[in-house]
Design a protein around this ligand. Structure first.
Ligand code: CO
Length: 136
């Protein structure tokens, strides 16, 4: 069995302090415009998605001081926050990574933005990258 569970890069997420400023910068620099914007209360973030072919750049701004993205910005500043890999079945992909002994943030898949189903894998056992498994 050599088939990858990944079907696409879903998004590359970038943590920013000022979402409007970041959106404007991407527009001015690259002519890239936002195709979706959403306040994700459960994660304490507002996101703006810029389409790149079938993937997205996800600009992420915290909406509360207790959100993990706020802590990330305080500790490390703006920049690459996580990579979202699109999968056919989030449960299946999460089970596979757990079988590898990987540390996970979500023990079970949960609702993400855009009506997706997602689960996060901890960077500690994933070579330093926070991974989000995204099922559309
Ligand atoms: Co994400």
């Amino acid at each position: 069995m050599t088939d990858s569970l990944f079907t696409e890069i879903d998004h590359v997420a970038i943590a920013v302090n000022d979402l409007d400023a970041a959106v404007r910068w991407y527009k001015d620099a690259f002519g890239a415009s936002v195709v979706h914007r959403e306040l994700v209360e459960s994660d304490g973030v507002e996101e703006a998605l810029i389409a790149v072919a079938d993937s997205y750049v996800q600009l992420l701004m915290p909406t509360s001081e207790t959100s993990p993205v706020a802590r990330y910005l305080a500790q490390r500043g703006e920049g690459l926050h996580h990579v979202g890999y699109r999968v056919k079945d989030c449960s299946e992909a999460l089970a596979a990574v757990k079988r590898m002994g990987a540390r996970v943030i979500d023990e079970e898949p949960r609702p993400g933005s855009r009506g997706t189903t997602v689960a996060f894998v901890h960077p500690k056992t994933a070579f330093g990258t926070l991974i989000e498994l995204v099922q559309e």
